[in-house]
Every structure is written in structure tokens, then in C-alpha cells.
Design a protein around this ligand. Structure first.
Ligand SMILES: [Mg+2]
Length: 300
């Protein structure tokens, strides 16, 4: 098989540089022809894949974390010469690898095994529109508290190292202000004051938090998990339950389910698609049922 592969040497705090050659070698040893492209800067994977001749390749592979996967996916869908999307393989070497856990993978070896087993399934993609531009997401698009933690965690990294996100979470909970939200779900309008809103195609975000335990990646619908306005103490109490996905019984949490959504917030909120920080509300989200084929590993 002819494989076009994009790897991010910086993913997983530099693990990509060590692990990508091992993954490539394993695919070559199994008899595949691999053309590998390393990324040099943010969004480079999208630029690379947008201009590849994907009609002559059998498989497209992303080696990196959720961010690299997101960039490769968007490059593929925005590739103007493409006739049909090649099957998509993900080899997780990132820090969190949130999405890949829903297709049975935690390590780069799992990703290689899935491709070599040739087991594929069609999965849903979320098409979202912000600032008059369309983008595509497999994992989740959020805004509110976790997004603010993500933005400020990056700033605190130099001072606090690994503890940066814990510090950022405490700071953001202390200064959190609810925002008014109008959410249209398949034509029905809901209004509430929220602390966080998360559009989930898959179950996990942030690497190990099961934010949307009811999400199924190929059922044609997505879940929107909303934490409504509540006291700061309630947020701190809810936080540990998210790791196991035990937060849905919390009275401040509501889950909406549907196929097409429009969301507006007051004030506007910065978006956090697949861990990236870009775009703002208002946003429109449409589920694209079984849009692409992905390799998966059984026995999750
Ligand atoms: Mg679903």
C-alpha cells in the first residue's frame, strides 16, 4: 500500500521526533511504501495535506496528538483535487491523545497495529463554522472554563512546568463569570447561563477527562455537555467526577443531543477545537455522518 504520512516532531513534548521513525519503520517492515512529511510549524500539517496528491495514495496517516490529527483531517477535507477521502490512520504520540482512545488506541504501537490489521470503520465528523470559515473536528469543540484554563495554562508553563494547568484551573475557577448562551438544537432554542459548553463527537477531552461518556463516534449525532452557572465550590466539587465520566448526574449539568446546532454567547467566547485555540462564538455545527473511514483497534 502507498501511505502518505505526516508527523509532528514536537508532539508529546518532543516524543514525536523519537517515535515517528519507529512507527514509519514498522509500516515499511510490513511491506508498505511510506512517504513521510515532518511538520515545521503550527498548521503546517494542514498546508502539507492540502497540496498532496491524495488520489494516488491508499492510506493517509497522522503521527502526533489531537492537534496534528485535526490539522491533517482539515488538510484532507480542504484538498481541492481530492476525489474520495483515503482511509485515515492515527498513530498517537501526543500528550493527551483524547480522540484515539475512542478507536482503541493509547500508544503508537496500537496505531500501527490498527493500520496493519486493515480494520476500518466510518466515523462522524463535526463541521463547524466560525468567522465565516468552515473547519472539521473529530473530538470536541468547547468554550468557557476549560478553554480559559487551556489559554492560561500555556502562559503559566514557563513558571509552573507540569503543574501549570492545575494552577490555571484554580485561578480560572476563582475568577470565573457565567456567560449567557442561546443554543439551537435541531431547530429548538434553549437559553441558559453557562460555565462551560462542550460539543462532543467522542468521549474524552484533555487527555484523560471523560467529559461526554454517552458520545458514540458513528451514531450520526453529537452531545453538547453544558455546566450551567453554579457556585465556585460546586465547580470544584464536580471536577474530580469528570475523570470517570460520573458527572452527568450533577444537577448543574445538562446534555443536549442532535445533528445541527447554532450557538451564540454574550459576551462572545473563544473556541477550543481539539485543544487548539482559535475562532469565536457565534458558531454553527453540523454533524457529517460517517464522513471518513478510520482504522481502529478492537478490545478497547
Ligand atoms: Mg455520536
Amino acid at each position: 500500500m502507498n501511505i502518505q504520512l505526516v508527523y509532528n516532531p514536537h508532539s508529546g513534548g518532543g516524543r514525536g521526533k523519537e517515535l515517528a521513525p519507529l512507527a514509519i519503520q514498522a509500516l515499511v517492515d510490513a511491506g508498505h511504501e511510506v512517504i513521510a512529511h515532518g511538520t515545521l510549524y503550527h498548521d503546517h500539517a494542514t498546508e502539507i495535506v492540502k497540496h498532496l496528491d491524495l488520489n494516488t495514495c491508499d492510506i493517509l496517516v497522522s503521527v502526533g496528538g489531537d492537534g496534528t490529527m485535526y490539522e491533517v483531517l482539515n488538510g484532507m477535507i480542504k484538498n481541492e483535487k481530492i476525489k474520495t477521502y483515503p482511509p485515515f490512520g492515527v498513530i498517537p504520540v501526543g500528550t493527551g491523545n483524547s480522540f484515539s482512545q475512542d478507536i482503541g488506541m493509547k500508544t503508537w504501537r496500537d496505531g500501527v497495529k490498527a493500520i496493519l490489521s486493515n480494520k476500518k470503520k466510518a466515523v462522524d465528523v463535526m463541521k463547524f463554522n466560525t468567522e465565516d470559515e468552515n473547519y472539521y473536528s473529530l473530538n470536541c469543540i468547547g468554550f468557557g472554563l476549560p478553554t480559559d484554563v487551556c489559554i492560561n495554562g500555556i502562559k503559566y508553563k514557563k513558571v509552573f512546568g507540569k503543574g501549570a494547568y492545575t494552577v490555571a484551573a484554580l485561578v480560572e475557577i476563582m475568577r470565573y463569570k457565567p456567560f449567557h448562551t442561546k443554543l439551537e438544537v435541531d431547530g429548538v432554542l434553549h437559553e441558559f447561563d453557562a460555565a462551560l459548553v462542550n460539543f462532543s463527537n467522542s468521549t474524552i477531552f484533555g487527555g484523560n477527562m471523560k467529559i461526554s461518556p454517552e458520545s458514540i463516534i458513528d451514531d450520526g449525532e453529537i452531545e453538547i455537555v453544558v455546566l450551567e452557572n453554579c457556585k465556585k465550590g460546586e465547580i470544584i466539587k464536580a471536577l474530580p467526577t469528570v475523570y470517570k465520566g460520573e458527572h452527568l448526574s450533577n444537577p448543574y449539568i445538562t446534555v443536549y443531543k442532535g445533528k445541527h446546532f447554532k450557538v451564540e454567547t454574550f459576551p462572545e467566547k473563544t473556541l477550543n477545537p481539539e485543544g487548539e485555540i482559535f475562532g469565536v462564538t457565534p458558531m454553527e455545527v453540523t454533524v457529517m455522518p460517517k464522513m471518513i473511514e478510520m482504522f481502529y483497534k478492537e478490545n478497547v
